[in-house]
Design a protein around this ligand. Structure first.
Ligand code: GRF
Length: 196
């Protein structure tokens, strides 16, 4: 069975969706001590680890500590779920091709922070959610699954975010299952095996 490690910074509703889908999550790591996701993990008897970046001299040594924890748990897939840092060389060296992220927009539109606000300000009629492999860029890796979500006339950042989040909670577990079943293949930028 594939051991999954989840890295978070906050609320952890996507983590909860992965837990509820019955996936084999063996460890949850947060860069923030007060991330609510750590409580969710504990409630489900999953190892919950806070790693404070401020305690390390640089990003590499911080990420080496993350890798140490992931390796201790024999993690074969890393899921970023609301992790608010750009992944650096060390995590990529160890997990590129085995590390996924969920993003609240239809990439490549609106990468980075506040995607739902960016979508509203741009005036798009459709936004959505994307699960992708993580590469060295910010939300630039090969795309696995996407779902479109309509933008309504009276949407605010909050209402649009909530509608997108519902879809995130569906496609993230689906993508993780496809990975766990060994169905995904990356050919250049295209991911096959998603049934599309
Ligand atoms: C989600 O919108 C996710 O797409 C983005 O950050 C948010 C995290 O929410 N990367 P949660 O912590 O999973 O509730």
């Amino acid at each position: 069975m594939l051991n999954i490690g989840v890295i978070i910074s906050g609320r952890g509703s996507n983590l909860q969706a992965l837990i509820d889908a019955g996936l084999n999550i063996v460890v949850v790591i947060s860069d923030k001590a007060d991330a609510f996701g750590l409580e969710r993990a504990k409630k489900h008897k999953i190892d919950a680890v806070h790693i404070d970046p401020k305690k390390f001299k640089d990003k590499n040594t911080y990420e080496l500590e993350i890798v140490k924890v992931l390796q201790k748990h024999q993690v074969g897939l890393v899921c970023l779920a609301g992790y608010m840092r750009i992944v650096g060389d060390v995590l990529l060296e160890h997990y590129q091709g085995k590390m996924l992220n969920i993003h609240p927009a239809l990439l490549p539109a609106f990468p980075g922070l506040h995607s739902q606000k960016q979508a509203l300000e741009h005036g798009v009629k459709v936004s959505g959610a994307t699960v992708h492999f993580v590469d060295e860029g910010c939300d630039t890796g090969p795309i696995i699954l996407q779902t479109a979500v309509p933008v309504l006339d009276n949407d605010t950042e909050e209402t649009l975010s909530a509608r997108i989040l519902e879809q995130e909670h569906k496609i993230y577990p689906q993508a993780v299952k496809l990975f766990a079943e060994g169905k995904l293949k990356i050919v250049e930028r295209r991911v096959t095996g998603t049934g599309g």
